[in-house]
Design a protein around this ligand. Structure first.
Ligand code: UDP
Length: 371
């Protein structure tokens, strides 16, 4: 059998870090050929993150979707349509297409592939987290996908309860555990350059009205010690400007984005120094649990996601609630946290699963609800 061509779609920095160990394992497997497709958010902005992808992999194709300066839900709708249109042209010669998570780039690729008859492999399906449109996108991708490689046993069960046949589902763990296992903690120099922070804020818009969006960001700004806080930029989801405005005025050290390895090294160091991660990023609940980093999860964005002993939730935009959560986490010794994300060898497990499967067998494309 010739090597199976696996098209891996990355659309944002949020999944590129997680996909990296998976892409490396596919690249290193003799029975597989890696095709990297950089899409969507990677291609917009003054410093497009596609450069980070190109530094590490040969990018086979790019799929432009969003346009600079056009934000909001309607703009996202048009970006999605552009993506489906281009993916229908570029995925035809792949043996399978692999996507992770719930963003519109993954949904565009999965929709096009499923219609043109290319099997879809989905990582991190079956999770629950509200996001803006993320929850609907994630479960819709599950119904479009032909092979499910979820991160946790709970997510695997959820996929089966959505009517997917059990032979299509294999729990592989989260590639976030691979990233944490293989990334060293920041050294003294790099840690000092980032201000040796007590807190890191990573807070994204949640698709709420502007007042609520602003209230959450403001409550964070009023809870932190600005001189000891590093505040990263929010993603470009609708509501982005509200969070950006408050962040700009907060007095915290501002860095838009850190390369994945620096970001993970920072979280590891932050954990050892007894610091906290604040906001509503998935990495508070996933990487935070794997590392044992105290995290304050604010508002509804991660609503429903599995959580471990490292996380305290604050539902309302209240300064007192956030401050008290930060204090409780600082006074706790977290140690090793029991988490469901696997042993840090997910990339290898995925490559082996893909190499084992003959996607040309028609059973993969013929889908039927299992009950
Ligand atoms: N991340 C990164 N650099 C940063 C901030 C985040 O590489 O400066 C990555 C990191 O790998 C983490 C992921 O982005 O796993 C988290 O994604 P994000 O908070 O952007 O979005 P979410 O998953 O909550 O949608």
């Amino acid at each position: 059998m010739s090597a199976q061509r696996v098209a891996v779609v990355t659309g944002t920095r949020a999944e590129f870090g997680l996909l990296t160990p998976v892409m490396r394992a596919i690249e290193g497997h003799g029975a597989l050929e890696l095709r990297v497709i950089a899409a969507g958010m990677h291609l917009v902005g003054e410093q497009p993150t596609v450069r980070e992808v190109q530094e590490r992999f040969d990018v086979h194709t790019t799929v432009p979707m969003q346009r600079s300066g056009e934000t909001g839900r309607v703009a996202d709708g048009h970006a999605l349509a552009r993506g489906i249109d281009v993916f229908a042209d570029v995925l035809g010669d792949a043996d399978c297409v692999l996507v992770l998570g719930d963003r519109i780039e993954a949904f565009a690729a999965a929709s096009a592939a499923s219609v043109i008859g290319v099997p879809v492999v989905h990582l991190h399906g079956g999770d629950v987290a509200e996001g803006v449109a993320d929850e609907a996108m994630r479960h819709a991708i599950t119904k479009l996908a032909h092979l499910h490689l979820p991160a946790t046993p709970t997510s695997a069960q959820r996929i089966e309860r959505m009517g997917e046949a059990s032979w299509r589902v294999e729990c592989v763990g989260s590639p976030a555990a691979d990233v944490v296992r293989t990334t060293p903690e920041l050294d003294e120099r790099r840690w000092a350059e980032l201000g040796a922070p007590e807190a890191v804020v990573l807070h994204h818009p949640t698709g709420l009205d502007a007042d609520r969006e602003q209230a959450f960001a403001k409550a964070i700004a009023d809870s932190i010690e600005p001189g000891r806080t590093l505040w990263l930029a929010p993603n470009h989801d609708p509501g982005h400007e509200c969070v950006m405005g408050v962040r700009q005025a907060s007095g915290a050290r501002l860095i838009d984005h850190l390369p994945s390895s620096v970001f993970t090294g920072l979280l590891k160091r932050l954990a050892r120094e007894g610091g906290v991660l604040i906001g509503n990023s998935s990495c508070a609940l996933i990487e935070g649990a794997i590392i044992g980093l105290g995290a304050v999860d604010i508002g509804p964005r991660q609503g429903g996601r599995e959580r471990c002993g490292n996380v305290l939730e604050v539902e309302a935009p209240a300064v007192s609630g956030i401050r008290s959560a930060i204090e409780r986490l600082r006074s706790r010794s977290l140690g090793a946290i029991v988490h469901p994300y696997g042993d840090g060898h997910t990339g290898q497990r995925i490559a082996e699963a893909l190499a084992r499967i003959e996607f040309s067998d028609p059973k993969w494309l013929r889908k039927r609800t299992a009950y």
